[in-house]
Every structure is written in structure tokens, then in C-alpha cells.
Design a protein. Structure first.
Length: 221
């Protein structure tokens, strides 16, 4: 991405939600929408929507609103969803299997092409038509096939070494589920997913609300 098109990560992180809402509108036959209508649906201010979408030239026309199909396509392009991505999963235990069996990634062009594990009981098993391979075969596989993304769902002890190898072998992005912070060369992108962080945030919200309730006399019942 060139310097003048550098968009803040906060905006990028909001784009998948716009993309999902616009996709639902398209499915319902809606062809245009104003920022006010979109704002009511998404519970985001209209000005936030305008600001976000202005980052990409706006796509809207004064008095007309947004062309839903065009905006949906443009956001897909910005997110790189107009291309396909190949993926492998490293560590095919509980979480790895859940992800391997989730069909919706491929609908977005994220195609799973390889599964790797060290457990002999898993090696040779097939999940949605893909065979689990011995970890020893991973280097060859990654070097021979173009692998864009590696999903790391293995125990944390070997993650650093595995990630460094994958980076060396040409994988462009790591979707890291393990509780390890990875520091890799700049050309390898890492996106961490921590369900427990989200759960802790939820606990905070519940806790904060309870503290507030305890601190005032208002009783709802
Ligand atoms: P699991 O024990 O069910 O699966 C781990 C798999 O990795 C096993 O099949 C094991 O044979 C394999 N493995 C072990 N060493 C390996 C190696 N060197 N190379 C390749 N595969 C290897 O564990 P589970 O529950 O699936 O969790 C996997 C990872 O995901 C853990 O690091 C866990 O902490 C993390 N996790 C993260 C969550 C999140 O929200 N980010 C949620 C749940 C788990």
C-alpha cells in the first residue's frame, strides 16, 4: 500500500463489519443506502460512517447515498477479499479441528490446503477432504505450494520456532491463536486472536455495571 493510501488500523478493523452489513443488504435486494440509514442499522454515528468511508474516496453521492454493491466490492478490494488466500493449520487438536471444519472461510476465498500435527493418531486422518500430515512434511509443503496464511493452533512451547520457520519459508501471514507474542520480520504479518481477552473484557463490563449498581440507590425492582 502506498504512503498516501495508509489507512488507520482502527478504520481497517471496522471494515469487516461494514462489509457484513452491506452483504446482508445486498442479499435483501437493497441497492442504495444513506449514511443515516446505515448508521441506524449498525448503531454507529452517521458521521463516523462518512469519515470511515471518506478514507477511500467516500463512494457516496450527496443526496443519493451509497451504492451498496459498489461499496461492498470496494471494501472487499481494500481488505484483499477480491483475491483468494491459501491457508494451512498447524496443530490439529480441539481448536485446529474446529477451524478446519468451519466451512465459511472458503466462501470468503480463504482456502485451506494443508493440516499438520505431530500426533501419529491424527496423521493420515482426513478433515473436509484434507489429510493431516506429519509436521516433518511442512517445510517441503510450504516451499512447494504457495501458502499465504498459517493458522497456529498448537501448544505454546513450539510456537516461536514454528513461526520463525514459516516466515523463513515464505508464509506471508500468521493467524496466531497461541498465547505467545510473536516478533517476526516486518514482511510477515501477525494477527493474534485471544478469545480469553474478549471474555475478560466481558467480565470487566459485568463487574463495572455491578459496581455502579452497588454504588447508587436505584433498584430496578
Ligand atoms: P489441543 O491439545 O487440543 O491441540 C493441540 C494440537 O497441537 C495437538 O493435536 C497436538 O498434537 C499438536 N501439536 C503439538 N505440538 C505440535 C507441534 N510442534 N507442531 C504441530 N502440532 C503440534 O489444544 P487446543 O485446545 O486445540 O489449543 C491449541 C492452542 O490454541 C493452544 O496454544 C491454546 O492455548 C490455544 N487456544 C487459544 C484460544 C484463543 O482464543 N486464542 C482458545 C483455545 C485455545
Amino acid at each position: 500500500m502506498t504512503e498516501e493510501r495508509k489507512i488507520s488500523m482502527a478504520v481497517i478493523r471496522r471494515l469487516p463489519r461494514y462489509y457484513r452489513y452491506l452483504g446482508e443488504l445486498l442479499d435483501n435486494g437493497v441497492t442504495k443506502i444513506s449514511s443515516r440509514e446505515l448508521s441506524e442499522k449498525m448503531k454507529v454515528t452517521a458521521s463516523q460512517i462518512r469519515q470511515d468511508l471518506n478514507n477511500f474516496g467516500g463512494f457516496g453521492q450527496q443526496g443519493y447515498g451509497y451504492n451498496v454493491e459498489y461499496l461492498h466490492k470496494e471494501i472487499a478490494k481494500i481488505l484483499g477479499l477480491d483475491k483468494t488466500h491459501t491457508m494451512i493449520i498447524v496443530g490439529v487438536g480441539n481448536l485446529g479441528q474446529a477451524l478446519a471444519n468451519y466451512p465459511s472461510f472458503s466462501k470468503r476465498g480463504f482456502n485451506l490446503i494443508g493440516l499438520f500435527d505431530i500426533n501419529p493418531r491424527l496423521i493420515g486422518m482426513s478433515m473436509r477432504g484434507i489429510e493431516v500430515m506429519d509436521i516433518d512434511k511442512m517445510e517441503d509443503f510450504v516451499k512447494t505450494n504457495k501458502v499465504d496464511i498459517a493458522i497456529l493452533t498448537m501448544p505454546k512451547t513450539r510456537v516461536k520456532e514454528t513461526a520463525e520457520n514459516l516466515a523463513k519459508w515464505g508464509v506471508k501471514g500468521l493467524w496466531n491463536f497461541s498465547p505467545v507474542d510473536l516478533f517476526l520480520p516486518e514482511h510477515v504479518h501477525v494477527e493474534n486472536v485471544h478469545l480469553s481477552h474478549s471474555l475478560m473484557t466481558l467480565a470487566y463490563k459485568i463487574n463495572e455495571a455491578e459496581e455502579l449498581d452497588n454504588g447508587n440507590d436505584y433498584k430496578p425492582f
